[in-house]
Design a protein around this ligand. Structure first.
Ligand code: MG
Length: 387
């Protein structure tokens, strides 16, 4: 079953008083938007992710979003979701809609939403209420209770909300012509569909107020963190008539690296380092030479894929340090571009990446210009809260 996730991040909401849109505020050094998007890009059942961003941001999306489909959002939330829906691949059968302001959605919640939509056509994840619930009437500055609602009939809707494609299409059609809806379930109801409710998660909070943001930061900070290091090494022969690609950057050179893929030693060493830190095997096991998928592959794509592998196991990259050894040419002019490309592929800030180059002082095959090698060390972390 082909499942697509739409991340609604089209609002330019600045209710939190920050200078940037809410979805770009950081919790533990990672924006709400990145946390929300990666919950889906790393989920094994999600085939693709479409993100609706405010138009200015959609024009110039953050680098870590490369490889994710971005659309410019509309005026209201439902308009942003409609625009993302218009960009759905033909193959999509189940579509999830998630708020970028819920960065702590868990894989289990996503699984429950998908299963319920597959079974019933439309489903939300929601939480029971423990407080007594009153309906009130507002009079001037005062509020007066009108009635006490039966608590067992009340749930608090979260996202993701999941729909069979045709059901969401009908809901969106209603939303295009009707008034404001605060979620897609509301539109599906209006379109005449029964929307099922499955268990959400108390951790799947929506970050709306400054206090929410503060407690999210406290939670991430106080989570105990496990760290692991991984090491990677790679060597390729250098021959004439081959391009020299290092960390995805084409470096002008008389000789290039010989290999099955683009023979990018830096990407290969970094890929092995992060896989090793997560004890998730190695590059040869995940991307064998014998698999035609990876023939002439862009090694940055391999690296991005490996990031997905470790993320699914709960690991994040903290930093990566690389030493590349070759006799010539000098790599200094390309270093910033290489670090930038690695940072984007790894989904980390550029200041978490270091690439250093050395020569082998004329010694051995590397010194004679017959080969290039790279060593990489990666530090990975896993939080007990978000793992
Ligand atoms: Mg290699």
């Amino acid at each position: 079953m082909h499942v697509t996730a739409i991340i609604a991040a089209g609002g330019s909401g600045r209710r939190l008083g920050a200078a940037v849109p809410k979805q770009l505020l950081e919790v533990g050094g990672i924006s709400l938007l990145q946390r929300s998007v990666e919950a889906f890009t790393t989920h094994p059942r999600i085939a693709d992710v479409i993100v609706a961003l405010p138009p200015p941001l959609a024009q110039n999306p953050p680098g870590w979003l490369s490889g994710v489909r971005v659309v410019a959002g509309g005026e209201r939330r439902q308009d942003s979701v409609a625009k993302a829906f218009d960009a759905l691949p033909d193959a999509s059968e189940i579509v999830l809609v998630h708020d970028a302001a819920r960065p702590f959605v868990t894989p289990a919640v996503i699984d429950r939403a998908i299963a319920a939509a597959a079974a019933y056509g439309a489903a939300i994840v929601a939480m029971p209420v423990s407080d007594t619930v009153k309906r009130v009437a507002h009079a001037d500055a005062d509020s007066v209770i009108v009635e006490t609602l039966p608590r067992d009939e009340i749930v608090l809707a979260q996202t993701p909300q999941a729909f069979r494609r045709d059901v969401l299409k009908a809901a969106i059609a209603v939303g295009r012509t009707e008034g404001l809806a605060t979620d897609e379930a509301m539109l599906a109801e209006r379109a005449g569909h029964r929307v099922h409710v499955v268990a959400g998660d108390a951790a799947n909070v929506k970050i709306t107020t400054a206090a929410d943001l503060e407690s999210a930061r406290d939670r991430v900070m106080s989570a105990s963190t496990i760290s692991r290091v991984g090491v990677g090494y790679d060597l390729h022969r250098l021959v004439e008539g081959r391009p020299l690609v290092l960390a995805g950057v084409l470096v002008p050179s008389e000789r290039g690296a010989l290999g099955h893929s683009d023979a990018d030693v830096i990407c290969h060493a970094v890929t092995d380092a992060i896989l090793g830190g997560a004890r998730a095997g190695d590059i040869g096991q995940h991307y064998p030479d014998s698999d035609p998928t990876w023939k002439d592959a862009d090694s940055l794509a391999l690296l991005r894929d490996a990031v997905g592998i470790i993320r699914r196991r709960g690991w994040s990259v903290a930093n990566v340090d690389v030493v590349v050894i070759l006799e010539r040419p000098k790599l200094a002019p390309y270093r910033a571009a290489m670090e930038e490309k690695l940072a984007i592929a790894l989904g980390v800030p550029t200041d978490a990446i270091s690439v250093k180059a050395k020569t082998n002082e004329g010694v051995d095959a590397v010194g004679r210009g017959e080969a290039i090698t790279a060593h990489a060390v990666a530090l990975l972390t896993r939080s007990t809260t978000n793992g």
